[in-house]
Structure formats: C-alpha cells, structure tokens
Design a binder for this molecule. Structure first.
Ligand code: VGL
Ligand code: ZN
Length: 205
C-alpha cells in the first residue's frame, strides 16, 4: 500500500515469554507481524534499547520495586525490571521475526535519564525524527502492531496521530502488559484521538 507504513513495535526476546519483561502471549504476534509485513513496502521495526542503569529500571532506584511509579522531571514513570539492555540477547530482534525488507530499525530509550515508549517522541519531548522520516517518503498512514499494546504501541500510535498521520492499531497483532487497567485506558485514549482499532483480517485482504 503506497503512502502507508507498517510500524512493528518492540518485537524483542525480553518482551516474549521467558524474557525480562515478558508480555503475556507476546510470542503469538510474531507470525502475524511477519504476514502483515509482507503486505507493506515500507516497514519500520523498533527496538527498546536502554543503556545499563537506565532511569526506567527499578534497580536504578534503591528501595524501589518493579511496577511501582515514581516522579521524574518529565513526569510519572513506571519502574520496570531491567530489560532490553543495549547489545544483550534480550534486546535483539525476536528470532522468529522475518522482515528482511524493513528499511528502518529505530532504537529508542537510549538516553540514560529518559524513557521512550513512543517511537516518535521521548518522554521529555525530544523527537526521534521518525515523523520527518515518514513525511520525507510521502507516508500519510501509519499502521501499528507489536508489544506492548498499552505502552509502546499506544504511545507510538498517539504520537503518530498527533503528528497528523491517519493511524490504525492492529489489535490482534498486539499483546498487552495490562498494569492497573492500563489496557482499557490506552484504548480509550486511542479512541478519543481518532485512532482506528483494526483487525489483521481488515489489513490482509
Ligand atoms: C515497553 C515498558 C518498558 C514496551 C518498553 O515495549 O511496551 N514497556 N519498556
Ligand atoms: Zn523499556
């Protein structure tokens, strides 16, 4: 589909069962991601890619535990188990991922002090340049799938929409962490923003 890009979010071993921040049933989306990718000529992969001691790690805050929330200069931050440390096997692309024609692999969360759920904007507002990269290729529509629905997929989708792209999330090609109702909240925010809640059967005709 011309003018459309598929954005596959954080398909990495640390987010799959057995990984450091496993998303329940996250492995189930890999075959679907591969099938979706074949339908698009512009495919972008993202990798969560944190330096050691990253601010989003509970281990960087003595006395804090994973899944607690703290206040950082840029806002509230959920603390996570150490995950997707740069260069580790858990941060690699998922072994079953088969998207040789992906043209951009975008690594995010690289600033040691700032998290970046979104592929477009870090938590402190710094742009990753992705919107400009898409505009330079005359992309007007962004379709998202991957992990996790309620964090990196939702934040990326919301930023895509804010940047003016027609934006769809392929629900059955995503899996969620679902912490404190985060999944329902994410879908509510995405609906308010005008993001299309799609199914893979609508995209793969
Ligand atoms: C993610 C939490 C922390 C995600 C990344 O990919 O959804 N979630 N880092
Ligand atoms: Zn992360």
């Amino acid at each position: 589909m011309p003018h459309t890009a598929l954005l596959l979010i954080d398909l990495q071993p640390d987010f799959l069962p057995g990984g450091a921040l496993a998303v329940p049933n996250g492995n189930e989306v890999i075959p679907l991601a591969n099938r979706l990718a074949r339908a698009f000529s512009t495919v972008i992969l993202t990798q969560d890619w944190h330096p050691p001691g990253h601010r989003s790690f509970a281990s960087a805050h003595p006395g804090r535990a994973p899944f607690e929330t703290i206040r950082l200069p840029y806002g509230d931050q959920t603390l996570w188990p150490d995950h997707c440390r740069q260069g580790t096997p858990g941060a690699a692309l998922a072994p079953g991922l088969d998207v040789p024609h992906a043209t951009l692999i975008l690594r995010k969360g690289c600033n040691p002090e700032v998290d970046s759920y979104s592929a477009f904007t870090e938590a402190d507002g710094t742009t990753t340049g992705l919107a400009a990269w898409l505009r330079a290729r005359a992309i007007t529509n962004v379709i998202l799938a991957g992990l996790a629905t309620d964090y990196c997929v939702a934040w990326s989708a919301l930023d895509a929409r804010r940047a003016g792209f027609t934006t769809s999330v392929v629900e059955d090609a995503c899996r969620a962490i679902d912490l404190n109702n985060s999944l329902a909240e994410a879908w509510a925010k995405m609906a308010d923003a005008g993001i299309i809640r799609a199914a893979s059967k609508d995209v793969l005709f």
